[in-house]
Design a protein around this ligand. Structure first.
Ligand SMILES: [Zn+2]
Ligand SMILES: [Zn+2]
Length: 62
């Protein structure tokens, strides 16, 4: 059987934050007036929704 890496995050368990598109900051112009993204707290990363951060493809057992 074995485990398969999540195709969406390549097994990292992380995804690009959709709120700031990975920048870690929101708003502003050319870096002026930008605020830290509240969604990812400035990391620019979000937990992969598909594997819930495990990096492994979820398999359904029957
Ligand atoms: Zn963000
Ligand atoms: Zn994933």
């Amino acid at each position: 059987m074995g485990e398969t890496s999540c195709l969406f995050c390549s097994g990292t368990g992380k995804d690009v934050c959709s709120a700031c598109e990975g920048k870690g900051k929101i708003g502003g112009f050319l870096g002026i007036g930008a605020k830290t993204c509240p969604n990812c707290e400035g990391s620019g990363e979000a937990v992969c929704e598909h594997c819930l951060g495990t990096g492994k493809e979820r398999t359904r057992e029957h």
